[in-house]
Design a binder for this molecule. Structure first.
Ligand code: NDP
Ligand code: 2IT
Length: 457
């Protein structure tokens, strides 16, 4: 029986136990570790002695380095504010640490570590030479002026610049960090270093070393992966209905590609509530509200008065109460718990596509798999963003810039290849269409081989 919340095998159980003892307060990190360890038994048992002798798993769950620092800045009223910044450099065995920066009041060490841990596996699946890292701050960008955002980014970079570089660690965006923030961060890095090292950050503007299609990449990649997964199971995407949680970068471009693929998107959300448009979401309206005005999703009512706004209340985010064939959680972690998973399954949803990182709890994932709902795991399905970041790094190294079509085609090929890896591992270990375990196993094999080859470090 598939159970993403249960770890089997003596060695795996011991590692989970000691990790839990060492990281008592790190709920999200332990959840991510448990999810991975619960899927590795079939690989571990084939070579247990080697993995044990090399303390492979013990090293895998311990970050190579965590940097935590003070970020002081002065707000528009002249008041000094102090935030905490992080960079977790989790595993560099496959390439320079790579992963986004998240600016959100909920950021803490546990969230940084879970994201960096998952990034190791995701980045391995892309087939590009990138290790796993993540960073960010508990800074809340909501309601801040452009000047405040700039001052915060400059102060954050004053410290971060000591620890990054195009061959060392390459940050990018995540929640609360988009093109504007990357611009301010890059400007400060360039000023301090007095050198134009474009490959130190990705998600840059097109005028100064960014890549076409990076903005679209995570959402587009998610839909390429969904198409492959559904095809493999005899299901056509075209003509299906979908709901998408979130209305940020990933959600908007997942919606755009879904519409191009003939999917009708019925609802989108933000952290306050959701909009439901039975005629199908008008994406131009969402883009204007979110990308231009930086407003709230509720404002959609001004564009489409016949739509409905449902405010958050109770345990289940309202976006998941709208019946749909496909569900794309593209907001944040633990958005779909067991109760929501039961509702979605009862409503006839056939597939979940994790655009966000760890949007489903382990119990929700187990429930979906046990009830034959297909799950596209975030580590594979949302890897298009970081994969295209790696394409941006390649262009920067070559001092070249590729057309939208060239980058989009490479992204599509990468996503097709990622699904293939998940499917092949699923087949090899007879997992029964469990692409969650398939993704973990395929990635683990690459990472463990690289770690073993490089010795005990
Ligand atoms: P954005 O900041 O652009 O958008 C985030 C969206 O999620 C907003 O609609 C936001 O609503 C909502 N949201 C954030 N936090 C919460 C919360 N605690 N509860 C409910 N809703 C919330 O971020 P992205 O679109 O870039 O990221 C979305 C997810 O995708 C994250 O999990 C991220 O880690 C993941 N991801 C991002 C990639 C990228 O390239 N950007 C790549 C791979 C994964 P509100 O405005 O109300 O806060
Ligand atoms: O979670 C993720 O993969 C990202 N936020 C993108 C990271 C990147 O380096 O592009």
């Amino acid at each position: 029986m598939v159970n993403q919340s249960e770890v089997r095998g003596e060695y795996l159980k011991n590692v989970l136990e000691t990790t839990a003892e060492k990281n008592v307060y790190e709920k999200e990190f332990l959840q991510a570790v448990k999810e991975v360890l619960s899927t590795l038994e079939p690989v571990i048992e084939k070579n247990e002695k080697l993995y044990k002798d090399m303390a492979l798993l013990e090293r895998l769950v311990e970050p190579e380095r965590i940097i935590s620092f003070r970020v002081p800045w002065v707000d528009d009223n002249g008041k000094v504010q102090v935030n905490r910044g992080y960079r977790v450099q989790f595993n560099g065995s496959i390439g320079p640490y790579k992963g986004g920066l998240r600016f959100h009041p909920s950021v803490n060490q546990s969230i940084m570590k879970f994201l960096a841990f998952e990034q190791i596996f995701k980045n391995a699946l892309t087939g590009r030479p990138i290790g796993g890292g993540k960073g960010g701050s508990n800074f809340d960008p909501k309601g801040k002026s452009d000047m405040e955002i700039m001052k915060f980014c400059q102060s954050f970079m004053n410290e971060l610049q000591k620890h990054i570089g195009q061959d060392v660690d390459v940050p990018a965006g995540d929640i609360g960090v988009g093109g504007r923030e990357i611009g301010y961060l890059f400007g400060q890095f360039r000023k301090i270093r007095n050198a134009y090292e474009a490959g130190v950050l990705t998600g840059k503007g097109l005028e100064y070393g960014g890549s076409l299609a990076r903005k679209e990449a995570t959402g587009y990649g998610l839909m390429y992966f969904m198409r492959e997964m559904l095809h493999a199971n005899g299901i056509e995407l075209s003509g299906k209905t979908a709901v998408i949680s979130g209305s940020g970068n990933v959600a908007i471009y997942a919606c755009e590609k879904a519409l191009q693929m003939g999917v009708k998107v019925l609802a989108m959300s933000d952290s306050s509530g959701c909009i439901y448009d039975k005629n199908g979401i008008n994406l131009d309206a969402v883009k204007e509200i979110k990308e231009i005005k930086r407003g709230r999703i509720k404002e959609y009512l001004n564009y489409v008065p016949s739509s409905k706004y449902i405010e958050n209340c109770g345990n289940i985010p309202p976006v998941y109460t709208v019946k749909a064939d496909i569900v794309l959680p593209c907001a944040t972690q633990n958005d779909i718990n067991l109760e929501t998973a039961k509702l979605l399954t009862a409503n006839g949803t056939c597939a979940i596509g994790e655009g966000a990182n760890m949007p489903c709890t382990n119990e929700a994932v187990s429930f979906f798999l046990q009830n034959k709902v297909l799950v596209a795991p975030g580590k594979a399905a949302n890897a298009g963003g970081v994969a295209t970041s790696a394409l941006e790094m390649s262009q920067n190294s070559m001092r070249d810039s590729w057309s939208f079509e060239v980058v989009d085609k490479k992204l599509e090929d990468i996503m097709i290849n990622i699904f293939k890896q998940c499917k092949e591992a699923d087949k090899e270990y007879n997992l029964g269409n469990n692409y969650v375990a398939g993704a973990n196993i395929a990635a683990f094999k690459k990472i463990s081989n690289a770690m073993i080859a490089q010795g005990i470090i």
